[in-house]
Design a protein around this ligand. Structure first.
Ligand code: SF4
Length: 290
C-alpha cells in the first residue's frame, strides 16, 4: 500500500456517463476489489482496468492501491473556496467513479470519512457515495448529518450468492449488502440499490428484498451501461465469462426485463430507473440543486 499527496481533490466532470455531475472525487487511486483470487477476477466488468490510470501501471488492476493522504485537507480548502464564492449548492459530486471509497484500505486510512467530515461542514448541492462495501455503515452518523445533500448508492448486482461468488469473488456477500441497505434505509439515509451491472438473479425475491431496503433502485446492464452499446463488455470478455460459468443465456440485451418488471411491480414506477442514466437523475435535481 502506497500513499501520495495530491494538489486537487475535486476533479471536474464534463460529459461522459456522469454528465449531470460537476465533479468526481477519488480518495484512493486503484481498487482492491478488482484483484484476482485464484481463477476468479474481482469485478471482471470493471471498465477502469482499461483506462490509462490502470494501463500505465506495472501491476494488474486490483493489485495496487494508493491512498491520497491529504485528500480531505485539499477537499476542505476547495469547499471553503466554493462557500466563499456562493457556489457550494451548485456542486454535484460523485464519490467515486474510478475506485471504491470503502475498499479495505479505508478501514486504516479513513480518508473517505475525513472527506465526509469536510462535506458536513460545507454541504454541496449533492454528494453521491458509490460503493459496494458495508464498511459505509461506519459513517452513518456523518451521512445522517448530510441529510438531503447525500445519497448512498450501494452496488448489488444479484441476489444469488452463488452468482456473486463466481462472478465477483472479492465483493462482499449478498447478505451483507442487503443488511447494509437495510441499515442505511432505516437510518433515514437516501439510498439507491445499484443493480449495476445486473448479473444473473432470481427476479421476484430480489425485488421483494429491495422493496423495504432502498429509496430507489437502478438497473443497469452490460449492454446499456458500458457506454458503448456492449462493445466495452465484449472487450472485457464478458460474453465468454458468462458462457464459461454456465450463464450464457443471461448475456442478452433483454435479460433485465423480468427483474425490471418485478421491481416496478413491487417498488412502483417512481422508485425504479433503468440504464446508467439513472445515476444522473439521482436526487431528482438534475438542474435545480442550488
Ligand atoms: S469496486 Fe468499482 S472501481 Fe473497484 S474494481 Fe469493482 S467496479 Fe472497479
Amino acid at each position: 500500500m502506497n500513499t501520495k499527496t495530491v494538489k486537487t481533490a475535486l476533479n471536474r466532470q464534463s460529459g461522459g456517463y456522469l454528465h449531470t455531475f460537476t465533479h468526481t472525487l477519488q480518495p484512493y487511486t486503484g481498487c482492491a476489489f478488482g484483484k484476482t483470487i485464484g481463477t476468479g477476477q474481482g469485478c471482471p466488468y470493471c471498465y477502469v482496468r482499461r483506462l490509462p490510470v490502470a494501463l500505465f501501471k506495472a501491476q494488474p488492476w486490483g493489485e495496487w492501491v494508493e491512498a491520497k493522504e491529504n485528500v480531505a485537507l485539499v477537499l476542505r480548502r476547495e469547499l471553503q473556496r466554493h462557500a466563499q464564492q456562493g457556489t457550494l449548492g451548485t456542486l454535484r459530486i460523485f464519490m467515486s467513479s474510478a475506485t471504491d471509497p470503502y475498499q479495505g484500505a479505508e478501514s486504516r486510512f479513513k480518508l473517505t470519512r475525513a472527506c465526509l467530515e469536510a462535506f458536513v461542514d460545507y454541504p454541496p448541492g449533492l454528494l453521491v457515495v458509490q460503493t459496494r462495501s458495508p464498511l459505509v455503515l461506519r459513517d452513518v452518523d456523518l451521512l445522517q448529518h448530510l441529510g438531503r445533500h447525500v445519497w448512498v448508492s450501494l452496488t448489488i448486482e444479484t441476489n444469488d450468492e452463488e452468482v456473486r461468488r463466481r462472478f465477483t469473488p472479492t465483493s462482499p456477500t449478498v447478505a451483507s449488502r442487503l443488511r447494509a441497505l437495510q441499515t442505511l434505509y432505516d437510518a433515514g439515509i437516501q439510498v439507491q440499490a445499484a443493480i449495476s451491472p445486473m448479473l444473473p438473479n432470481v427476479p421476484e425475491p430480489f425485488a421483494e428484498a429491495l422493496n423495504s431496503r432502498c429509496t430507489r433502485a437502478v438497473v443497469d446492464t452490460l449492454f446499456e451501461g458500458d457506454g458503448a452499446h456492449g462493445k466495452r463488455s465484449e472487450a472485457l470478455g464478458m460474453r465468454s465469462l458468462f458462457e464459461r460459468l454456465g450463464y450464457g443465456a443471461w448475456y442478452h440485451p433483454a435479460a433485465h426485463v423480468p427483474l425490471l418488471r418485478a421491481l416496478r411491480e413491487r417498488l412502483g414506477e417512481d422508485r425504479v430507473v433503468f440504464s446508467q442514466d439513472g445515476f444522473n437523475d439521482i436526487g431528482g435535481c438534475r438542474d435545480d440543486c442550488v
